[in-house]
Design a protein around this ligand. Structure first.
Ligand code: UDP
Ligand code: MG
Length: 321
């Protein structure tokens, strides 16, 4: 029987944590009763340096029922780091884990469908929102802009998928190979590969409390996502440089013609030619340097070059899993 861990990052969630705990408990108990998950499955709350009573509440939950476990981070590290801390904590303890927000916006009934996909052989199952009717128009527009812009910038993410997802143990092990510090899990997890599936669900309103993702944080997340995953912005400089260099060649020819036809002030041709040609060369060189910086940046991440899914060879030590 597969042991499930639910991973829930919490930052100043004292208003919702009790309700979330009860609903998750119910869900897990019904799954256990149905023989879907092991009886020692757990719910792990990650306290991301909350300034309110979140951690004492988690401790109290743990006292009442050991199914509730907790990890307390030393200070606020942000949603992505808190989530990773939780995932890496459960990695050795679970067969499968599901991450979700503490605010009950993600429909926990989608867990059944996720587990069904897992049993059918998927290692990663993405929860995808089908509608955003409960979000404010502003949130909808900014979120849509976010996904479109990320795609344009060359970052491969699943549309309308936040961090509500199922991961198998081996998907977690693969994720652990990514040692980068600037996290954007929604971009990293598709890099892992394996068989994946998508489970649609309706997103609700926050149960209580306020969003911890104001526009400023969303912009920071988008910027992090792009600069952690794509060298496309650097490429754009190179393309711009090449374009300007081409234009400068045309301009130089035009200026030389003007000079030959005596249509200029003395000294102007030299000046105009140097400005255009040098400008073009400079931006092109910047782009070239950028290409190398892009390589350095990719090398420093030390991402795994491949992840083996399975091996067909009976010799010892070669079998997977
Ligand atoms: N969160 C966190 N650390 C932070 C900010 C948020 O662990 O610094 C958690 C938060 O408690 C919640 C999840 O991340 O469980 C998503 O945050 P929120 O619901 O505020 O974002 P939204 O749904 O509005 O995008
Ligand atoms: Mg939320």
């Amino acid at each position: 029987m597969d042991r499930l861990y639910c991973v829930v990052p919490c930052y100043n969630e004292e208003e919702v944590i009790h309700e979330t705990a009860q609903r998750l408990l119910q869900k897990l108990e019904s799954l256990m009763a149905a023989g879907q998950i092991a009886a020692d499955s757990r719910i792990l709350f990650v306290n991301d340096g909350s300034k309110d009573k979140t951690w004492p509440l988690i401790e109290a939950l743990h006292q009442t029922n050991p199914i509730f476990s907790g990890v307390n981070l030393s200070r606020n590290r942000g949603h992505q780091n808190a989530l990773l801390a939780g995932l890496m904590t459960v990695r050795e303890r679970c067969d499968v884990c599901i991450s979700m927000d503490a605010d009950l916006q993600d429909d926990i009934n989608a867990v059944d469908a996720m587990l069904a996909e897992y049993k059918a052989g998927c290692d990663i199952v993405y929860g995808v929102r089908i509608e955003r009717t409960t979000d404010t128009a502003f949130k909808r527009v900014t979120a849509h802009g976010f996904y479109t812009f990320m795609k344009a910038m060359g970052v491969n993410i699943v549309y309308n998928h936040a961090d509500y997802r199922l991961m198998s143990r081996r998907a977690l092990d693969a994720l652990a190979e990514y040692r980068e510090v600037h996290l954007f899990l929604r971009g990293m997890i598709p890099l892992v590969g394996f068989r994946t599936a998508v489970v649609p669900y309706a997103r609700r309103e926050r149960f209580a409390g306020v969003s911890k993702y104001p526009l400023k944080r969303m912009l920071a997340l988008a910027l992090d996502g792009i600069t952690s995953f794509s060298v496309r912005p650097i490429r754009l400089i190179a393309v711009l440089g090449a374009l300007i260099f081409l234009i400068s060649l045309v301009m130089v020819i035009v200026f030389l013609f003007k000079n030959a036809s005596g249509d200029t002030v003395p000294g102007w041709t030299t000046l105009a030619c140097s400005i255009w040609a040098l400008g073009g060369v400079q931006i092109m060189c910047l782009g070239l340097i950028g290409e190398y910086i892009g390589k350095i940046y990719q090398e420093t991440k030390q991402r795994p070059r491949y992840i083996i899914e399975s091996v067909l060879d009976e010799r010892e030590g070669l079998q997977d899993g």
